[in-house]
Ligand binder design. Structure first.
Ligand code: NAD
Ligand code: UFG
Length: 333
């Protein structure tokens, strides 16, 4: 089966490409390289032993995508491409809506014209906003609190309308919780181009000595140790979730929203402790002010993904900490 991955050289897409390619899918990576590097393609080949095709391009170039979908006989698209920094989205909402929402309109238009009507979309737990109850299930109110989150919500709504209007469309919106970790080979992983915003890449840079200490955003949350709780999920489990979603869509039409998480929460202090134990290192950490917009606690109800997709996250927090560190150490030697 021929699959197009938009945002194909990015963090989550590259791990998904490895799994798909290993299973015999023919994988095409489409990316404008705004937040990733072309070398990822070589790294994927090192892992899988088989070539994936890279095409440099933007999802807003609808005509180009129509030609690509037809020429390469694509049967399904996994749509990862998007801007994802919450803070930047507050400063640059127009760029975020243009890239993420207008970009998806352009992609879906192209898919319609090429008669390719199966899509798995990278959504986010951010669509839920502040939890009104936990665990977050898929019917929890959608109260996204920043422009990035609202782009994900608008895209989900667009895709639902597309599916309502044309029964030939099959769409899964996968709401990832907090993907971290890397492929066990250490050849691919998360490589933010700027100073990291997210906890794991920041932690890794502190461990490397590139940053002096971890700023723990808030030590007075109503959680057992006072720090924020999240549902960290291994990026390779997330990758497996996409294969399960493609399989599901081959048998089921319509629009579906599904959480991808482990179902368990882990605090910042717990993650730091497990990282230190697993990787035999010391992390300096200082509690600072809460980060605006952060919620105290967020974790997924994962029953729907299990019932519909037969998917459950298998890997542990030590697996996530080990692989993230192994990847970054490999990059500096
Ligand atoms: P990433 O930045 O590593 O990957 C996104 C890729 O999309 C990048 O390679 C970038 O160059 C490309 N891209 C951006 N705009 C494009 C455009 N207009 N045309 C073509 N390519 C474009 O991010 P990631 O962490 O791999 O995230 C993938 C998707 O998952 C994103 O949509 C993100 O919003 C979503 N998501 C990520 C997380 C997370 O914590 N990483 C959580 C929830 C949802
Ligand atoms: N944190 C720190 N110090 C840091 C970075 C983070 O203490 O330097 C804390 C945060 O306050 C939070 C936890 O670590 O309690 C996780 O923060 P991240 O920034 O790693 O992740 P978020 O849960 O804030 O957001 C991430 C993605 C969003 C996505 C969301 C849900 O950045 O894009 O998960 O999937 F929407």
């Amino acid at each position: 089966m021929n699959i197009l991955l938009t945002g194909g050289t990015g963090y989550i897409a590259s791990h998904t490409a490895v799994v798909l390619s290993s299973l015999g899918y023919k994988v095409f990576l489409y990316d404008n390289l705004s937040n990733s590097k072309r070398q990822v393609v070589t790294q994927i080949k090192k892992i899988t032993g088989s070539a994936v095709t890279f095409i440099k391009g933007d999802i807003r170039d609808s005509d180009r995508i129509v030609r690509l979908l037809k020429r390469k006989k694509i049967e399904a698209v996994i749509h990862f491409a998007g801007l994802k920094a919450v803070g930047h989205s507050v400063d640059r909402p127009i760029d975020y809506f243009d890239n993420n929402v207008a970009g998806t309109v352009s992609l879906v238009r192209a898919m319609n014209l090429a008669n390719v009507k199966t899509m798995v979309f990278s959504s986010s737990a951010t669509v839920y906003g502040n939890p009104t109850y936990l665990p977050l299930d898929e019917i929890h109110p959608k109260l996204a609190v920043n422009p990035y989150g609202r782009t994900k919500l608008h895209i989900e709504e667009l895709l639902q309308d597309v599916s309502d209007a044309d029964a030939e469309w099959n769409i899964s919106c996968l709401r990832y919780f907090n993907p971290i970790g890397a492929h066990e080979s250490g050849f691919i992983g998360e490589e933010p181009s700027d100073r990291p915003n997210n906890l794991m890449p920041y932690l890794v840079q502190v461990a490397l000595g590139d940053l002096p200490y971890l700023r723990v955003f808030g030590g007075d949350y109503p959680t057992p140790d006072g720090t924020g709780i999240r549902d960290y999920v291994h990026v390779m489990d997330i990758a497996d979730g996409h294969v399960a979603a493609l399989d599901f869509l081959s048998k089921n039409g319509g629009w579906h929203a599904l959480n991808l998480g482990t179902g368990s929460g882990c605090s910042v202090f717990e993650l730091v402790r497990i990282f230190e134990e697993t990787n035999q290192c010391q992390i300096s950490a200082k509690v600072v002010e809460r980060r605006p917009g952060d919620v105290a606690e967020s974790y997924a109800c994962v029953e729907k993904a299990y019932t519909k997709l037969g998917w459950r996250a298998k890997r542990t927090i030590p697996d996530m900490c080990y692989s993230a560190w192994h990847f970054r150490k490999n990059r500096v030697v």
